[in-house]
Design a protein around this ligand. Structure first.
Ligand SMILES: Cc1cc2nc3c(=O)[nH]c(=O)nc-3n(C[C@H](O)[C@H](O)[C@H](O)COP(=O)(O)OP(=O)(O)OC[C@H]3O[C@@H](n4cnc5c(N)ncnc54)[C@H](O)[C@@H]3O)c2cc1C
Length: 263
């Protein structure tokens, strides 16, 4: 690790000012600290968000659940509100990484990082969530912009994520066995705006699958999902899985999610 200075702002305004002045914000550190230890990242100035109370917590606002950026995965997994209203989201959080990662990792850090194999981005996209920042509110559809890229401006911080409560939803993740990130994860949601199917792990970034959405809008059955042919052309292939294998997983995990939703 290279030397750096560390600030611990107590308010969102102070954190935003530090960030605007060039500091890198530290959330759960599960990605950032590892990349610093490996000398892949070399920030000279860190602003630790852990002391900002209003960034943590989960509340209901109308027909939405609003989760503060510094809320840990474990706290999303065990929230009685999330379990009751969006159980698929609680389950997603309960299966991120391992106990250590869930105890420290935060929803804001995960969403800002936008790892192409992360779980939360698929939930945001499928549920039609909104990312609240220090500058504006950004629809999930506009937020994720490809591998590790988001709509955040320099100095702009995520403060919370608002999830509208769906009619039904399910997340099915096929683990990459070493890291426990998603080799392929599929989040299916029936919302007031129709059926949404968001896929993570399979490509350079999270995406919605229009073919599956159209088929499931006509007939919400596992058979309808199975009849959709999944194009492997733009999917990842690496030592863990071929593009064709990932395409098959998209189909299978969608069928499993639909079957789960139908009980
Ligand atoms: C072994 C392991 C297994 C994992 N498995 C999974 C998995 O199965 N599924 C999954 O989804 N994830 C997984 N993760 C990722 C983990 O869940 C964390 O969410 C992720 O590492 C980043 O969150 P963090 O809070 O640790 O952020 P940090 O590492 O502290 O920060 C990450 C980046 O986000 C920026 N940032 C942080 N907070 C904000 C904010 N509020 N506003 C703007 N920018 C911000 C930071 O500056 C940094 O660039 C795994 C990680 C590890 C180490």
């Amino acid at each position: 690790m290279y030397p750096f200075t560390l600030d611990r702002p107590a308010t969102i305004a102070d954190a935003a000012a530090l960030s605007a002045a060039g500091a890198t914000v530290l959330a759960g550190g599960q990605t950032l600290l590892a990349s610093m230890k490996l000398r892949l990242s070399n920030p000279g100035h860190l602003a630790d968000l852990a002391g900002i109370k209003e960034l943590s917590g989960i509340k209901r606002e109308g027909n939405a659940i609003v989760i503060g950026a510094m809320t840990r995965h474990r706290d999303v997994a065990t929230s009685t509100d999330v379990q009751a209203l969006i159980p698929a989201l609680a389950e997603l959080a309960a299966h991120i990484g391992d106990k250590q990662v869930r105890a420290m990792g935060t929803i804001g850090g995960s969403v800002a990082n936008n790892d192409p194999a992360a779980c939360y981005p698929s939930a945001l996209l499928a549920l039609g969530a909104t990312v609240h920042t220090t500058q504006r509110k950004i629809a999930a559809a506009d937020f994720f912009q490809g591998m590790f890229a988001t709509a955040l401006n320099a100095g702009e911080l995520i403060t919370a994520v608002a999830f509208p409560v769906p009619k039904r939803a399910a997340y099915m993740k096929f683990n990459q066995p070493a890291s426990r990130f998603a080799l392929v994860g599929v989040f299916v949601a029936q919302t007031g705006d129709g059926v949404r199917v968001a896929v993570t792990g399979a490509a350079n970034g999270v995406f919605r699958h229009k073919g599956l959405e159209e088929a499931l809008s006509k007939s919400f059955t596992a058979q309808a999902a199975a009849a959709v042919s999944i194009d492997a052309t733009d999917l990842n292939h690496d030592i863990h899985a071929s593009a064709a294998y990932r395409a098959n997983l998209i189909s299978v995990q969608t069928q499993r999610a639909v079957a789960k939703m139908l009980g």
